[in-house]
Design a protein around this ligand. Structure first.
Ligand SMILES: Cc1cc2nc3c(=O)[nH]c(=O)nc-3n(C[C@H](O)[C@H](O)[C@H](O)COP(=O)(O)OP(=O)(O)OC[C@H]3O[C@@H](n4cnc5c(N)ncnc54)[C@H](O)[C@@H]3O)c2cc1C
Length: 345
């Protein structure tokens, strides 16, 4: 078994056992983080883009939160070109995440050769409860710039008690004069932060697929074989057509994200339009698949603490995390208008 196959089989074995506990405690057990780490889940450069996304999809079938942990750390590793630590990504501030530039209050007091001291507050920082290092967007001498800070004294992390992506280590992080190193181009932090987020947006296509697969695998055997009015529920046309819509969209998204990853590997960066389309489509698919899964389950779909409940709660977040749906649609819309406004007939 290759190290990658070992990692996939670890995820397939462990997540069905612990995903409920992760959700309940809003925390992944240390043994799981250690198990993922020792098997190389946080060595994104070594794994490569394709394998990272394969892990993200496999994890999302049971725990989108664990998928998010792997994906967030990888997005930083790819940005700064360094493997090893488990990273957190700290962009959003209490004033709001959509308009990052106007709300950026965190300050980097920069000294010689890119050494700086960070002061400020970030919210919704995924992985902050587990991170060894933090990639932080802050105002440096030449404007917004990316800095890397090691975890330790001066960084206060407080878990955020959300009802979605519980266990993804999402927290409020306060920096009080924390030593950091400049890792981005001075003044280009917004653009570089968004490039990092593009990796996440593409991953939401894979998380959406994983959530859809998880929801249907969980409910299909229970619901589609149930006898209602003397026949299996799966034989009713209304049900078949809902399932057909899902299968069509799953296959299309699967093909789309695979080609987006191949392009990113060839060109050395994620195409922002591909990333935006993957995120918008992944979010829609996950929400519709969990809706259908709940519908065919009837009242049993509302069982508290079930896998389906978790997946349905997490599906909704895909339209906010990594950029609100409207922000993503604005970007896709601009590309569409630019492409077609001068089209010749
Ligand atoms: C589980 C989770 C994990 C996250 N992880 C991270 C992370 O690791 N690092 C990080 O930095 N951030 C993270 N975020 C923050 C996320 O990026 C922001 O929530 C997102 O960018 C939206 O920002 P906001 O929540 O401040 O909403 P706001 O910016 O206040 O926007 C509120 C709403 O306004 C609407 N809106 C915004 N702009 C427009 C527009 N142009 N047109 C029309 N309507 C609009 C949208 O409906 C939006 O939801 C995470 C969030 C969640 C929920």
């Amino acid at each position: 078994m290759s190290p990658f196959e070992d990692l996939v089989s670890y995820i397939n074995l462990e997540l069905p056992k612990v995903s409920g506990v992760i959700d309940q405690n809003n925390l992944a057990p240390q043994e799981l983080i250690d198990g993922l780490r020792s098997r190389g889940a946080f060595n994104a450069l070594n794994l490569g883009l394709n394998n990272v996304y394969a892990l993200v999809r496999a994890s999302a079938r049971w725990s989108p939160a664990v998928a998010h942990i792997i994906m967030t750390s990888a997005s930083v590793a790819f940005r700064i070109n360094r493997d090893g630590p488990l990273y957190s990504l700290c962009i959003t501030e209490p004033g709001g995440g959509s308009d990052i530039k106007s709300n950026l209050k965190t300050v980097a007091d920069e000294r010689t050769s890119g050494e700086a001291y960070l002061t400020g507050e970030k919210i919704y920082a995924s992985n902050s409860l587990y991170a060894d290092e933090f990639l932080v967007l802050a105002n440096g001498p030449q404007g917004p710039t990316l800095y890397l800070a090691k975890g330790g004294p001066g960084i206060k992390v407080e878990a955020q008690d959300l009802f979605t992506f519980r266990g993804a280590g999402v927290g409020r992080v306060v920096f009080e004069g924390v030593p950091a190193q400049r890792v981005g181009t001075p003044g280009k932090g917004i653009r570089e932060a968004l490039e990092t987020v593009n990796f996440e947006r593409l991953s939401y296509g894979f998380i959406g697929l994983g959530i859809a697969e998880g929801a249907l695998e969980e409910t299909g055997p229970q619901a589609l074989t149930k006898k209602i009015f003397g026949q299996e529920l799966g034989s009713f046309q209304g049900v078949k057509w809902m399932m057909a819509d899902l299968l069509i969209d799953m296959r299309l998204l699967e093909e789309f994200v695979a080609s987006a990853v191949s392009k990113a590997e060839r060109e050395g960066k994620v195409d922002p339009l591909d990333a935006a389309i993957a995120k918008a489509t992944g979010a829609q698919l996950a929400q519709r698949a969990t809706w259908v899964a709940m519908q065919i389950m009837g009242g049993r779909g509302f069982t508290r603490g079930s896998r389906l409940e978790r997946l349905a709660r997490d599906a909704r977040m895909l339209d906010i995390g990594g950029g609100a749906r409207e922000v993503v649609y604005d970007f896709i819309g601009e590309q569409a208008v630019n492409r077609f406004k001068n089209a010749t007939r």
